[in-house]
Design a binder for this molecule. Structure first.
Ligand SMILES: [Zn+2]
Length: 298
């Protein structure tokens, strides 16, 4: 059985690691890699220690950490605050982001931008993979409320617009899972708490503008985009969509100007014979790829 990890709320308890932001802006996030701490000496270098007596006493040069903007969480030199609304948006909907722990350390994250646009009491980020009713009573209460929706696409999900029309209770809270598609699937299906809210999806025809991160299909949206579309529908205010997408567009535009490549969706690459990797041998994975090529919703 998997050890349970208590969920965390970044604003309260987590100091974000800074190590990944120590190098100048590069293209795609995969290029940034992990920590910039100096590698441990290999056995070969240890053999040279005799000739380097005294060097160990010298101060180790610390890799300079780029200061981070307190509002948008981007490095200060590439701060996106000019693209954020002056004041947090007025919304009545509460938003809970369930963030996979691996997402927290990614460089090009969209959730900090979303948080920066919304009032603090309306946007909460909970980090973890497993959420128990006992340990997270707040989330437990939220999930059991009749006005709470969880976004997870699939055959069981109702389109948000249709749900609003049919439901006697107007949605007051939405839950969005932040992670890769397989991480989101793991979180959604392995937490019984997420069976309580009504499962909804967005019937949107817009293509993701988060072009610097590969999505499975052209219609898969980033967490920020999903929240932007959902909030604009629930709040009946199209300007919310525009306001929330502005920093994302600025982020992508900046990254593209500094060498990032547009990441075409896996669906597009497969359909056009451009997928750079060999097809998987695992039959289940192969079937998924075939479904993607035929544009069947998975
Ligand atoms: Zn900023």
């Amino acid at each position: 059985m998997e050890p349970r990890k208590e969920a965390r709320t970044p604003r309260d308890t987590v100091a974000r690691p800074h190590g990944v932001w120590t190098t100048p802006v590069r293209g795609a996030e995969e290029q940034w890699g992990g920590e910039d701490s100096p590698a441990a000496p290999s056995s070969d270098s240890e053999a040279d220690c005799g000739s380097a007596d005294g060097l160990w006493g010298l101060p180790v040069e610390q890799t300079a950490r780029r200061p981070e903007c307190g509002r948008c969480s981007r490095p200060q030199k590439v701060c996106l605050c000019p693209f954020l609304p002056v004041h947090p948006l007025h919304i009545s909907t509460h938003l809970y982001i369930i963030q996979h722990p691996a997402e927290e350390n990614k460089v090009l994250r969209t959730v900090p931008l979303l948080e920066a646009c919304l009032p603090q009491d309306k946007c909460k980020v909970k980090i973890g993979r497993r959420f128990s009713e006992e340990r997270d009573t707040e989330l437990s209460t939220v999930c059991r409320k009749s006005g709470t929706l969880i976004f997870y696409p699939g055959a069981e999900a109702t389109n948000l617009e249709e749900f609003i029309l049919d439901s006697p209770v107007y949605p007051s809270t939405i839950i969005i899972i932040d992670g890769t598609w397989s991480q989101a699937k793991d979180i959604f299906y392995k937490n019984s708490l997420f069976r309580f809210p009504k499962q909804v999806q967005l019937k949107t025809t817009i293509s993701s503008q988060y072009v610097i991160r590969m999505q499975p299909t052209n219609r898969c949206l980033s967490t920020l985009e999903c929240a932007a579309v959902a909030l604009s529908i629930l709040e009946k205010n199209n300007s919310i969509l525009e306001t929330l997408l502005r920093p994302l567009q600025a982020l992508c535009s900046f990254q593209l100007q500094h060498g990032a490549q547009i990441r075409l969706s896996k669906e597009y690459l497969l359909k056009n014979g451009l997928y750079p990797k060999p097809m998987p041998k695992n039959k289940r994975k192969l079937r998924k790829m075939e479904l993607l090529m035929n544009s069947v919703k998975i």
